[in-house]
Design a binder for this molecule. Structure first.
Ligand code: FAD
Length: 417
C-alpha cells in the first residue's frame, strides 16, 4: 500500500521488527495492518492458524459496524473487498415480555435523520476476518503461528518470548490478546469487571419476509434480543439469556431451539429457519486499569470488554487501532522513540475516557432493561417514548452510535496516516 513515501524511514535494522502485535483477532490484525501501512515493520503473533481463522464457521458473529469503523476499513483498503455488506436503514428499540409482544412505546431511529447515509452496516465475521488477513499479508505484515508467553523490557527494547522458545526484539509490544490478556497481566496491569451471568446465543436465520434493512432491539427481562439484517432474507440473532437457561437452550435440537426463539419476536419476518451453526458467548464487563505500560499498549478487548447490547465493542476497538496508529506514526515522524511513556500516554489519554463512558452506558442499559420490575418497566417505557418524541435527541443518539462524535482519529475519518 502507498504510504506517502515514508516506508522504512523509521526502520531500526538492529531489531527483529519495530512493533510486535500479540493476538491476531480482528483488532490485532487491523492494528498490524494499520501500522504496516504507515511504514513500520510489524510482526503479528497468533496461536490459531490462518486456515482455522478463515474457516466459515470459526466465529458466528456479525457486527453492527459504525460509520467510523467503516471509514477505518476504507482507509486500510479492506472495505471494498468485503462481501455481503448490509446497510442498516432503521433501528427499532422495543420493551416487552415473551408471549406479550412489544410494548406500544417504541423508539425508532431512521438513517434519513443524519446526512452521512446509512447509520451503520452489518458485516459477517467470516468475511471480515478473512479479508483483514489477506490485506495484512499483502501489506507486508509478518504473520507467525505462535503465542507470546513472556516479555521483558531491556532499555529501549522489548524482548518477547514465544511459545516456540524463540525471542523477538522490538521497540513496542501491542497486546491485542483479548479479554484474558496475558500481556496486560505480565505488564502488571489489573482489570476490573464482573460476569453478567448472561450468555449471548448467536445464530443466523433465513426468513420468508424481507427485513427492509431494519435492525430490531427487543428488551426482554432475561436480556436483550437483537435481530440484525444481513444480505438477502437473512438476519443475525443475538439472544441474551441467563447463563443456566442459555446452556439448556443451546443444547436443544434445532426444532426446539426455533420454537423457543419464535415467540420472542413474533411473526413479522414470516417463517424462520436456521441458516448456519449456533454459537454461545458468555458475557462480562472488564476494563483494564491502564491501557499502557513500559513499551506496551493494549488494544481492543485486551483493554475493554463491554456488553454487546449496543454493538459497540469492536467499534471501540477500531478507534483504539486508529488512535494508536496515529500517535506512534506521528511520534516516529518527529524522531521520537515510539515505546516511550510520554508517547504511549497520548494514546491512553485519547481512548480511555471514551471507553469508560461506553462501559458505563452499556452496563447501565443492561441493568435498566434486563429485569421485570414494574417501576423500572414504566420508567424505561416513558424514556423510550420521550426520546422518540424529540428529533434533536434522536439525531444526537444516532450520531453517537455511528461513531461520528468526539475527537476522531484520522483513520476513523477515512483519512490515511
Ligand atoms: C455476542 C456478541 C456480539 C457482538 N457484536 C458486536 C457488534 O455488533 N459490533 C461491535 O462493534 N462489537 C460487537 N461485539 C464485540 C466484538 O466481538 C469484540 O469486541 C471483538 O471481537 C474483540 O476482538 P479482539 O481482536 O480485541 O479480541 P479477540 O477476538 O478475543 O482476539 C484475541 C486474539 O488473541 C489471541 N491470543 C490470546 N492469547 C495470546 C497470546 N498469549 N499470544 C498471542 N495471541 C494470543 C487469541 O487466540 C485471539 O485470536 C460483540 C461481542 C459479542 C460477544
Amino acid at each position: 500500500m502507498d504510504n506517502g513515501g515514508w516506508a522504512g524511514a523509521y526502520a531500526d535494522m538492529d531489531l527483529d521488527a519495530d512493533i510486535l502485535v500479540a493476538g491476531g483477532g480482528l483488532n490485532g490484525t487491523a492494528t498490524a495492518l494499520a501500522l504496516a501501512s504507515a511504514g513500520f515493520r510489524v510482526m503479528l503473533v497468533e496461536p490459531r492458524s490462518r486456515t482455522e481463522r478463515k474457516a466459515d464457521d470459526f466465529d458466528g458473529r456479525s457486527y453492527a459496524f459504525a460509520i467510523s469503523s467503516m471509514r477505518v476499513l476504507q482507509a486500510l483498503g479492506v472495505w471494498p473487498r468485503l462481501r455481503d455488506v448490509q446497510p442498516i436503514l432503521r433501528i427499532k428499540v422495543t420493551d416487552g415480555r415473551p408471549g406479550e409482544g412489544p410494548s406500544p412505546l417504541m423508539l425508532t431511529f431512521d438513517h434519513g435523520e443524519i446526512e452521512e447515509g446509512p447509520m451503520g452496516h452489518m458485516v459477517e465475521d467470516r468475511h471480515l476476518r478473512s479479508e483483514l488477513l489477506n490485506v495484512a499479508k499483502d501489506s507486508g505484515v509478518t504473520q507467525m503461528d505462535d503465542r507470546v508467553i513472556e516479555h521483558r523490557v531491556d532499555g529501549t527494547e522489548v524482548l518477547v518470548t514465544l511459545g516456540s522458545g524463540e525471542t523477538r526484539r522490538v521497540r513496542l509490544l501491542v497486546g491485542c490478546d483479548g479479554q484474558n490478556s496475558l500481556i496486560a497481566r505480565h505488564a502488571g496491569i489489573r482489570r476490573m469487571g464482573w460476569s453478567y451471568g448472561q450468555t449471548a446465543l448467536v445464530c443466523t436465520i433465513a426468513h420468508v419476509q424481507p427485513h427492509q434493512g431494519i435492525a430490531h432491539q427487543f428488551f426482554i427481562p432475561a436480556g436483550p434480543l437483537a435481530i440484525l439484517p444481513l444480505s438477502g432474507n437473512r438476519s443475525s440473532i443475538v439472544w441474551t439469556e441467563a447463563a443456566g437457561r442459555a446452556e439448556t437452550v443451546q443444547a436443544m435440537s434445532e426444532g426446539d431451539y426455533l420454537d423457543e426463539l419464535r415467540p420472542r419476536f413474533g411473526s413479522f419476518l414470516g417463517d424462520i429457519a436456521l441458516a448456519g451453526p449456533r454459537f454461545a458467548y458468555p458475557l462480562r464487563i472488564s476494563i483494564s486499569e491502564r491501557f499502557i505500560a513500559d513499551r506496551v499498549a493494549l488494544v481492543g478487548d485486551a483493554a475493554h470488554v463491554v456488553h454487546p447490547l449496543a454493538g459497540q465493542g469492536l467499534n471501540a476497538g477500531l478507534k483504539d487501532v486508529a488512535a494508536l496508529a496515529e500517535v506512534v506514526t506521528g511520534a516516529a515522524r518527529r524522531g521520537e522513540d515510539i515505546g516511550r511513556p510520554e508517547v504511549l500516554k497520548r494514546y491512553e489519554q485519547w481512548r480511555r475516557f471514551d471507553t469508560m463512558a461506553l462501559a458505563a452506558a452499556t452496563d447501565g442499559f443492561n441493568r435498566l432493561f434486563s429485569n421485570d420490575m414494574a417501576l423500572l418497566r414504566g420508567l424505561r417505557d416513558v424514556g423510550l417514548g420521550l426520546t422518540n418524541a424529540f428529533p434533536g435527541l434522536r439525531r444526537a443518539l444516532i450520531r453517537e452510535a455511528a461513531g461520528l462524535t468526539g475527537d476522531l482519529p484520522k483513520l476513523s475519518r477515512g483519512k490515511r496516516l
